[in-house]
Design a protein around this ligand. Structure first.
Ligand code: ZN
Length: 270
């Protein structure tokens, strides 16, 4: 039965990913996200609805426009696949922990947050900006549910945070996640990190809480360092070139979400 739902979540993720690709490609150009069918960036022909099937269309068309044969960016199948895999992974990892009303609340909340993280990842890769239009709604959703969770958890047996049922875990998470990047921004005068990283740090701190936020920061810096060294060695970038940090923070956050509990208990030796 689980496999049936895993496939369902994966397909749902593909569809959401397809929507996210529109959000990411249109937010910066200011086009309406809901209105107007997508068009080929080269020949401007409207893309037919049967060519908009997530992932499948890309494979069938062999990654080229049906009309002008220009290569379609790998970004589209990648963002769809990433969302599909994350949605299925969420179900696989947490389906046995939550039951009843908590199950729906937990998955509802976390699917929104995962989708936001995917959008932030690709957006920051392309434009070196972490968009408030994605970050603020995701942060507010988490905040509202955190308040409900902290205030009403005991009364209604609601509990949809994985690791930190207490308020101090969340407050400490925000202080560490936001404060750390705030320091880096102030010290470097925005050369190492931007205000977007501070906001993303606050959001992840609220979402993951303490101590999981430490796992996220740790892996973000490990992965970011490896990537920078590879770029420097391959001479693709110079020391002073900017590398967006948001994508690594997102990856660190995902590692903390899916494996944080294991990593923390392994580290503490319990
Ligand atoms: Zn075309």
């Amino acid at each position: 039965m689980l496999y049936y739902y895993l496939i369902l979540f994966f397909i749902f993720g593909l569809i959401v990913g397809s929507f996210l690709s529109v959000v990411v490609s249109r937010l910066e150009t200011g086009e309406s996200i809901l209105g107007g069918r997508s068009q080929c960036p080269k020949c401007k022909k409207k893309i037919r609805s049967y060519d908009l099937v997530p992932l499948l269309s890309f494979v069938v068309l062999k990654g080229r426009c049906r009309y002008c044969e220009k290569k379609i960016s790998l970004f589209y199948p990648l963002i769809e696949l990433a969302t599909g895999i994350l949605f299925a992974l969420l179900l696989y990892r947490f389906s046995d922990i939550f039951t009843g009303a908590n199950l729906y609340l937990f998955f509802g909340l976390h699917l929104i947050i995962l989708a936001s993280l995917v959008a932030i990842f690709f957006y920051d890769c392309f434009y070196y900006i972490i968009p408030d239009k994605v970050l603020v709604p995701a942060g507010l959703t988490t905040l509202v549910l955190a308040i409900i969770n902290v205030l009403l958890a005991k009364r209604f047996q609601l509990d949809f945070f994985i690791y930190q049922p207490e308020i101090w875990n969340l407050v400490l998470g925000i202080i560490i996640g936001g404060g750390f990047f705030l320091l880096l921004v102030l010290i470097s005068k925005e050369r190492w990190m931007g205000w977007g990283d501070v906001k993303l740090g606050v959001f992840l701190g609220l979402f993951l809480g303490y101590p999981s936020i430490l796992v996220a920061l740790f892996f973000a810096f490990i992965l970011g360092s490896i990537y920078s060294v590879v770029l420097l060695l391959s001479k693709k970038k110079k020391m002073k070139d900017a590398v967006p940090f948001g994508p690594f923070l997102v990856l660190g956050g995902l590692i903390a979400l899916f494996a944080g509990k294991f990593i923390v208990s392994w580290y503490l030796g319990v």
